[in-house]
Design a protein around this ligand. Sequence first.
Ligand code: NI
Length: 178
Amino acid sequence: MAVRTVLRMGHPLLLQAAAPVQSFGTAELRELVADMDDTMRALSGAGIAAPQIGVSLRVVIFEVTHNPRYPQAEPVPYTVLINPTLDLLGDERDEAWEGCLSVPGLRGVVARHTNLRYRGFDLDGRPLDRTVTGFHARVVQHEVDHLDGILYPQRVADLRWFGFEDELFPDRSALPPG
Ligand code: NI
């Protein structure tokens, strides 16, 4: 287990579509997820995708408990999600601030679908099927975008709502969720 270097926006691997995992429950896959855990926790991320640590596989993890980077966010259970598929439910979207470990120090307003069904597999290949809303739905859409080579700044519709977090939110207690 180790805290790995997070690739930053501009690295070409972050723009690639990642490959599906073929074998579940392997030592390699456990080691990858352990490194993702360590890295996400060390940086207080709400989630991380394997390509962010340089591994182009369709693996994401996420968790929101008491997160200093997202102090007002609703809790999201710790989840390992492999080979995910998303069903965006309905047309309702909401806008909220997002950040990303690959885009350090910045925040932007992104519209995401409010209601989401997601399916995939855990580390041992057991199926996962959840229907979620709000911040949980937002985190999953953000992380799964990484597997398709998309970073959230590509989804900021109005670049006036994209900037450095210490300029936008000088009082960190006012840091918004998402
Ligand atoms: Ni991200």
